[in-house]
Structure formats: structure tokens, C-alpha cells
Design a protein around this ligand. Structure first.
Ligand code: FAD
Ligand code: DHB
Length: 400
């Protein structure tokens, strides 16, 4: 590729990882160009995660990105676990001394895009033909065609692959270089966004013989709900009426009613655990879903993406000053947290989802574990400290 432009860090992908990285670098006086295949509107509307760990909130505050989060984020001090006809509360505040905040990924993305553009940051939406080359040199090249059809070859000091699970950066690593650990689950989540106030003050994770259900929210008048469905389920077969009927059954509790409302959005998300190591090759560094995916139970995906770039930004800063020690440690530093969250998400998923109606052994094991968590302070504390974020990112802010 011919290099006709220059930046310090080329960033691929305007999800939470790429956007926050470009902001953290700018705060350190490092310039970057961020390229994104989708439009700004698409990135800002894409319905995904909803829960921020305490450390993610601290990170966004420290980065000066939290004015709307502080106003509109809804702090939650725990969750409900529902099983065997009972709904029990797990109190994070009391057990772990920390909380989580419901603030949708769409809003995090809007906030960082607005700030990058206000600060004069280079964010190119609607690009095509993204390519990376020269990864094992100290002048890697990021190629792309901008929204006006102009081709660019950008000489960089480093490239950050923040382009999600289906991006081009991970496949650009040499064949055989990565070690991949992967698990697919035989079920998926059907998620809806509904124009109705939440029927609960905190999230409800419900294990039910018909399958898992989750009641979350997007604000005081908007609910977000999920149903476990088969991995090959067709969204067209789920009318709004059928979805509400199934949600009613899986959350049923005497004296409690699930409020229904118009469905604004519905989609099906597959469930997968995936970790690729190491997270870097030469001058290409992966962050977020580009390197690892967790099943959504436990709300870790977004938080892991933010945590990766909190490590990557200072590491790149040092690299650009001639000290490669932090980038050399980047993968290992991130992977401790990634594997903890990968285990937690797998554990929450397998404890709450039904694999087969015939598997009575699995059902009894799940119920035994749920009873243990809701009766033993030690067990509940383990859930609480993992859900609110472990290790606590706030304890590692010297890295940012
Ligand atoms: P992404 O948000 O995926 O961003 C990557 C960006 O790169 C995208 O904007 C993409 O368009 C862009 N891109 C891709 N290829 C290229 C290219 N070649 N050139 C330029 N740009 C490119 N997590 C939860 O905790 N709870 C949930 O309920 C939940 N639901 C999810 C639903 C779906 C459908 C998906 C896919 C994920 C969900 N997640 C959820 C996970 C969470 O949203 C992700 O972990 C988070 O988005 C990761 O952020 P990221 O920045 O690493 O990647
Ligand atoms: C949400 C998603 C999750 O995966 C989860 O565990 C909790 C909440 C959400 O989208 O609100």
C-alpha cells in the first residue's frame, strides 16, 4: 500500500472501544484517525448492552465523558434472581460495596462521538475497503476509502483493531499466530425494546423450566426484555403478542404484573464465548469484541471493551515515547480480566439457561446453585463482586 497521509494511531471501528480509545489518546496529546464502515446514525441507534460496572462509570467520569451519564444513568444496588416460583434480591451495595449503572451503550456511543467531533477529532464514518498492512514494521498502514470515494493510505505508528467480532483486524494476524478458545451455546436471546415503564426497580434474571428471561430497562419509560430462544429461532415467528405471553409465563409471580407496551425493536443475538490470544501482533493491537466475546448474561461485553482501551491508551502513549514495556504487557494485563469475565458470563449463562427439558440433573444442579447464592453470604458476595466488576477498574486508574 502507498502511504500518503499520516497519523499516530489508526483506529478501526467506532464502537465503545474505538471511540473511547480515540478520546483517551487525544487527552494525552496523541492524534488518531478513526474509521468506521457504518454511518454515525447507525452506530448511535444500534441496540446492545445496558449495564455499566462501577469501574466503567469511574473511567468515563475520569475521562470527562459523564455529564449525561451522571444525569440520566440509573444506579442499581443489586439484582433479583428468580427461580422455583420465588424472586430473591442480591444486594451488591451491602455485599461488595459497589453498584452498577443502567446507561445504554447507545448513549455511551452518542456521548463519545459528540465529544470527539466537538474536539475536532478525525472520525470517518461510512468508509469501505478497510485494510491493514505492515504490521511487523514500525510504520503500519491503514487503508480505507472514505464516504466520498477517495482512497487513503494512512501511515501510523500503531493501529488499534476495535472493529468487533466480524472485523478485518483479527483475520489480518498471520495464519497460526492466534490461539483461540471458543464455546457456542445451543440457544440465543430474543431481545425487545418496549415503550412501557419497567415493571421492576432492579433487573430480574429468571430461570424458568421454559427457558431464561431477563427484565432490564433503558430509562424510566422504556423497558428492555430478553427471552432465551433456540439458536436457530426465526424472529418472524415471534409476534409481539407471543413475546409478551412468553415473558408473562417466565416472570410469573403471585401479586406481580408485567406491564406490556408497544415493541419498538426486536432482534435475536447468538451466544458465544470466544477468546483470541495474544491480543497484539507487531504494531496491531486488538481491543473489545475484536479479541473476545462473552454471552450477554452478566452484561460484561461493553465493560470489557472499555477496560481494554483503558489499558491500551497509556501503553500506546509510552510506546510513542520509545518505551514498549506497557504494550508488551498489554495482552497479559487485559487477559486476566477477560478470562475472569469469560468465566463469570459462562457461569451465569449455564446456571440460568435451559439446555434440554429432559435434563433433570442439570435442572437440579442449577437450582442447588441458585439456592446457595441466595442463602450464603459468601456465595452471594462472589456474584456481587463479579457483576459490579472484578478486578475493580477504579483500583487501577493509575493506568489511565
Ligand atoms: P463493537 O461495538 O462491535 O464495535 C465495532 C465497530 O467496528 C462497529 O461499529 C463496526 O461497524 C465497526 N467495523 C467492523 N468492521 C469494520 C471495518 N472493516 N472497517 C471499519 N469499521 C468496522 N453486551 C452486553 O453486555 N449486553 C447485551 O445485551 C449485549 N447485546 C449485544 C447484542 C449484539 C447484537 C451484539 C453484536 C453484542 C451485544 N453485546 C452485549 C456485547 C456488547 O455490545 C459488545 O461487547 C460491545 O459492543 C463491544 O464494543 P466494541 O467497541 O469492542 O465492538
Ligand atoms: C442488559 C443486557 C445484559 O446482558 C444483562 O445481563 C443485563 C442487562 C441490557 O441490555 O440491559
Amino acid at each position: 500500500m502507498r502511504a500518503d497521509m499520516r497519523t499516530q494511531v489508526g483506529i478501526v471501528g467506532a464502537g465503545p472501544a474505538g471511540l473511547l480509545l480515540s478520546h483517551l489518546l487525544a487527552q494525552r496529546g496523541i492524534d488518531s484517525v478513526l474509521v468506521e464502515i457504518r454511518s454515525r446514525e447507525y452506530c448511535e441507534a444500534r441496540q446492545r448492552a445496558g449495564v455499566l460496572e462501577a469501574g466503567s462509570v469511574a473511567l468515563l467520569r475520569q475521562a470527562g465523558l459523564a455529564s449525561r451519564l451522571n444525569q440520566e444513568g440509573i444506579e442499581h444496588g443489586g439484582i433479583y434472581l428468580q427461580f422455583a416460583g420465588e424472586r430473591r434480591h442480591v444486594d451488591f451495595r451491602e455485599l461488595a460495596g459497589r453498584t452498577v449503572t443502567v446507561y445504554p451503550q447507545t448513549e455511551v456511543v452518542k456521548d463519545v462521538i459528540a465529544r470527539r467531533l466537538a474536539d475536532g477529532g478525525a472520525v470517518e464514518f461510512g468508509v469501505t475497503g478497510t485494510e491493514v498492512a505492515g504490521l511487523d514494521t514500525d510504520r503500519p498502514v491503514l487503508g480505507f476509502t472514505d464516504a466520498h470515494g477517495q482512497r487513503h493510505e494512512l501511515a501510523c505508528d500503531a493501529i488499534a483493531g476495535c472493529d468487533g467480532f466480524h472485523g478485518i483486524c483479527r483475520p489480518a494476524f498471520p495464519a497460526g499466530y492466534l490461539t483461540v478458545r471458543e464455546r457456542e451455546y445451543p440457544y440465543a436471546w430474543l431481545g425487545i425494546l418496549a415503550d412501557v415503564p419497567p415493571s421492576t426497580d432492579e433487573l430480574i434474571y429468571s430461570r424458568h423450566p421454559r427457558g431464561f428471561a431477563l427484565h432490564s430497562l433503558r430509562g424510566p419509560v422504556t423497558s428492555r426484555l430478553y427471552l432465551q430462544v433456540s439458536h436457530d429461532e426465526k424472529i418472524d415467528e415471534w409476534t409481539d403478542e407471543r413475546i409478551w405471553d412468553e415473558l408473562d409465563r417466565r416472570f410469573e409471580l403471585p401479586g406481580w404484573t408485567l406491564q406490556h407496551g408497544p415493541v419498538l425493536d426486536k432482534n435475536i443475538t447468538p451466544m458465544r464465548s470466544f477468546v483470541a490470544t495474544p491480543m497484539s501482533y507487531g504494531r496491531l493491537f486488538l481491543a473489545g469484541d475484536a479479541a473476545h466475546i462473552v454471552p450477554p448474561t452478566g452484561a460484561k461485553g461493553l465493560n470489557l471493551a472499555l477496560a481494554d482501551v483503558a489499558v491500551l491508551a497509556p501503553a500506546l502513549d509510552r510506546l510513542l515515547r520509545g518505551d514498549g514495556s506497557l504494550v508488551d504487557a498489554y495482552s497479559k494485563t487485559c487477559l486476566d480480566r477477560v478470562w475472569r469475565s469469560t468465566h463469570f458470563s459462562w457461569w451465569m449463562t449455564t446456571m440460568l439457561h435451559r439446555t434440554s427439558a429432559a435434563d433433570d440433573m442439570e435442572a437440579e444442579l442449577q437450582l442447588a446453585q441458585l439456592r446457595y447464592i441466595t442463602s450464603s453470604r459468601a456465595a452471594a458476595t462472589s456474584l456481587a463482586e463479579n457483576y459490579t466488576g472484578y478486578p475493580d477498574l477504579a483500583a487501577r486508574t493509575h493506568l489511565t
